[in-house]
Design a protein around this ligand. Structure first.
Ligand code: HEC
Length: 260
């Protein structure tokens, strides 16, 4: 009886061993097929989002008449989000005249004549000013300088290269200072247009700076101009005290004399 049991169990162990080794065969086959290149697509058990139908960037699509999957911006339109900041409302215009003022900085007169707006068509809040300062420092100060004298690092470097006779800087035109009568007296719509489309040798910024931010920059540049061209009587007493207390404050006269 005992001998029979032992024979049984050694058979059982043998069987189990075969099963255990056999169970590795499919794993081995999988590992083998994974390690070899194959012209077939891998087996995809879970249909993840990578399998969804979609258009990829810069690819054609037969769905549109122009054959492009990427849709260009529709001319003369702008995204609602472009205009929600600072205006409080839904970003929609009450009429075509407001649209012209905000988006193009112009007033359209009878007969199709246009002139530049002379007031900023958005509410000028402290928030707009701060945004303007932020955007100005990013997009404009490299050339025009933080105070708008046309002495940003790019301008200085170009002037150095020009002085050294470099042909790379031969065609460089110095950025305008904002503190000349000519630039100061331009209507705000004119400056808005300068930012949007560029002017003479200055490049356009309309593509990278949205409408609201352009007005924010205009508001800030107007403030910069005012800051460099004010009489001391115009400074409120409270500010005078603050300026006297802190000699490095931007309203202090030392800031101006430090300029080249
Ligand atoms: C790549 C350098 C560069 C950058 C960046 C730049 N500007 Fe200019 N800007 C110039 C130059 C150069 C001129 C003078 C162009 C000329 O006279 O040919 C100029 C002229 C101007 C003028 C005077 C135009 C006039 O005659 O009324 C204003 C205002 C102005 N820029 C505002 C801005 C603002 C605002 C920004 C930021 C959105 C900006 N610029 C960014 C180079 C630059």
């Amino acid at each position: 009886m005992r001998g029979a049991l032992e024979r049984m169990s050694s058979k059982l162990i043998g069987l189990l061993l075969i099963l255990a080794v056999g169970a590795l065969v499919p794993l081995g086959l999988i590992a083998l097929s994974r390690s070899r290149p194959s012209p077939n697509r891998p087996v995809h058990l879970v249909f993840d989002m990578d399998k969804q139908p979609k258009f990829k960037g810069q690819r054609p699509s037969p769905m549109f008449a122009d054959g492009r999957a990427m849709r260009p911006r529709i001319a003369e339109t702008l995204a609602r989000e472009d205009l929600t900041d600072g205006r409080g409302g839904s970003g929609l215009f009450s009429d075509a005249a407001e649209y012209d003022r905000v988006v193009h900085g112009v007033n359209r007169q009878a007969g199709g004549k246009m002139d530049y707006v002379t007031t900023i068509p958005l509410p000028v809040t402290m928030e707009l000013m701060r945004r303007g300062q932020d955007r100005f420092n990013i997009y404009c100060s490299a050339c025009h300088g933080l105070s708008g004298y046309g002495d940003g690092p790019v301008a200085r470097r170009a002037a150095e290269m020009q002085a050294a006779g470099s042909s790379d800087a031969a065609g460089w035109v110095a950025p305008s200072s904002y503190h000349t009568d000519q630039v100061r007296q331009r209507p705000v719509g004119y400056m808005f247009n300068t930012i949007t489309n560029g002017i003479r040798t200055m490049p356009a910024h309309g593509v990278q700076v949205p409408v609201n931010d352009r007005w924010a920059i205009v508001a800030y540049v107007k403030a910069l101009q005012r800051s460099q061209n004010a009489k001391s009587e115009e400074v409120p007493d409270s500010e005078k005290k603050a300026a006297a207390a802190s000699p490095t404050s931007p309203t202090s006269p030392t800031d101006k004399t430090a300029r080249p």
